[in-house]
Design a binder for this molecule. Structure first.
Ligand code: IMP
Ligand code: MG
Length: 428
């Protein structure tokens, strides 16, 4: 009964789509358990590039049942436009299942996301503006709207009325926006009800039954460890649990059913949006990483901040998630360098930290301490076994593995679907 969790180890965009795609061939279900259309997975199949935001990337793999779990926040307009785009390209999307407990992102929360960011001024988070934070805030405040509410119009009306009672005061009096009417929200949401109905199921039951039958279930985390609302660099985080624990709460499956925790980690580091990033580069090296790694946001198009591999972050991710296997991606982006810095410690005002400091202020003031590993010039994008890698590339992987707290089971060496080196199987 293998349950496999897949998470990002850094700040997202580690190349999870590729790992899911690799695993997808051997799994029966792929479950998205957190986040919403703030994510962006790029999957390249047969020369075709697919950019997915809300849908689990398992939707691209024939035979896999993609599941949107209760922990996800769903923008119905985005859901159906992504489905339509895939169908237009000949992808069968009919197996998609949606939790009746997932929360909906009403358009007023997209408005809220943008106005609250503006009001934060210098303390902006740099959100994706998709209404993610306000929708999770509503969920916790217990004024959220759930998928199942679409099928009970009197309940939906009551809930929308309740939510707008607060929102309209804020919108009008604080943010100087127009008030929103209950009817316009109901019209917007109920227009989707008939199309949503056939997708909806008790997904917790479905997944537990599947595991009972011996099916393989992949729980795919959106965002990443350092963006987790509890364990990331708060407040510069997303609003959900992107770490392995979120797989359980966000899907209704108990922790004992998880057999493997796979974390995807880039051979360097990137971050979009604001917040501390100790190994960030502001020079030509950073620019080179951005261009070589095509580090521009899938969701927002923003140039990503780039920096070197941070072993403290890797070990932190290993600890918080209980990582059993790392997938190290984009090793090819490091090709053509004399020496490759790897951060092995932080210097915080003269004191050396070997583990990620518990105090956020220390992280903000930390300076990276680097070890320099020798680089390589050979094109590695066609290597398909560890031994085919140039000795210095092998040494880089081995050194990083030793620093990072779990084995590196897969190495990504190029953008193509098959551009990977598999050292250990990810399937139990
Ligand atoms: P939100 O998730 O839109 O609220 O944005 C909060 C922070 O998380 C911002 O810094 C975003 O750039 C970042 N973020 C959210 N989703 C992703 C993702 O999928 N990849 C990378 N960063 C993300
Ligand atoms: Mg992304």
């Amino acid at each position: 009964m293998p349950g496999i969790v897949l998470v990002g180890a850094q700040w997202g965009d580690e190349g999870k789509g590729k790992a899911t795609d690799l695993l997808g061939r051997d799994v029966d279900y792929v479950v998205k358990f957190n986040g919403g259309n703030n994510a962006g997975h790029t999957v390249v199949i047969g020369g075709q590039t697919y950019a997915l935001h809300l849908l689990p990337s398992g939707i691209l793999t024939p035979g896999v049942t993609p599941v949107i779990g209760n922990g996800v926040v769903v923008d119905l307009e985005v859901l159906f436009s992504e489905l339509r785009a895939l169908e237009n390209r000949g992808i069968d999307t009919s197996r998609l299942v949606l939790s009746s407990n997932a929360h909906l992102i009403p358009s007023y929360n997209r408005t809220m996301d943008k106005v609250t960011e503006r009001f934060l001024g210098k303390r902006q988070i740099g959100t994706t503006g998709r209404g993610i934070g306000p929708t999770y805030a509503d969920k916790m405040q217990r004024v959220g709207l759930r998928v199942q509410d679409l099928f009970d119009s009197s309940i939906l009306r009551q809930k929308v009325e309740g939510a707008l009672m607060q929102k309209n005061h804020l919108l009008v009096k604080v943010y100087n926006r127009r008030a929103i009417s209950v009817d316009e929200v109901l019209d917007e949401l109920e227009a989707y009800a008939d199309r949503v109905r056939p997708l909806v199921a008790d997904t917790a039951m479905l997944l537990n039954d599947a595991l009972d039958r011996g099916a393989t279930v992949l729980f795919e985390g959106g965002q990443a460890t350092m963006l987790d609302v509890d364990h990331g660099t708060y407040p510069f985080v997303t609003s959900s649990n992107a770490t392995a624990g979120g797989a359980c709460t966000g899907s209704g499956v108990g922790p004992k059913r998880i057999d493997r925790v796979v974390a995807v980690i880039k051979a360097y580091a990137t971050r979009v949006g604001a917040g501390p990033f100790v190994t960030e580069l502001h020079d030509a090296d950073g620019e080179r990483l951005r261009e070589a790694g095509r580090e521009y946001g899938v969701t927002t198009g923003r140039p990503r901040r780039c920096g070197w591999y941070d072993a403290l972050v890797a070990r932190y991710a290993a600890r918080i998630n209980g990582v059993t296997d790392f997938v190290l991606t984009k090793l090819d982006v490091l090709t053509g360098r004399d020496k490759i810095p790897v951060c092995v410690a932080y210097d915080v005002g003269g004191s050396v930290h070997r583990e990620l400091p518990a105090s956020q202020s220390d992280i903000h003031h930390a300076r990276p301490v680097y070890e320099y590993l020798p680089g390589w010039d050979e094109d590695i994008s066609r290597s398909r076994s560890f031994k085919q890698l140039p000795p210095n590339a092998q040494a880089y992987v081995t050194a990083v593995e030793e620093l990072s707290g779990a084995r590196i089971s897969v190495v990504g060496v190029g953008a193509a679907r098959d551009a990977i080196i598999q050292r250990h199987s990810l399937i139990p």
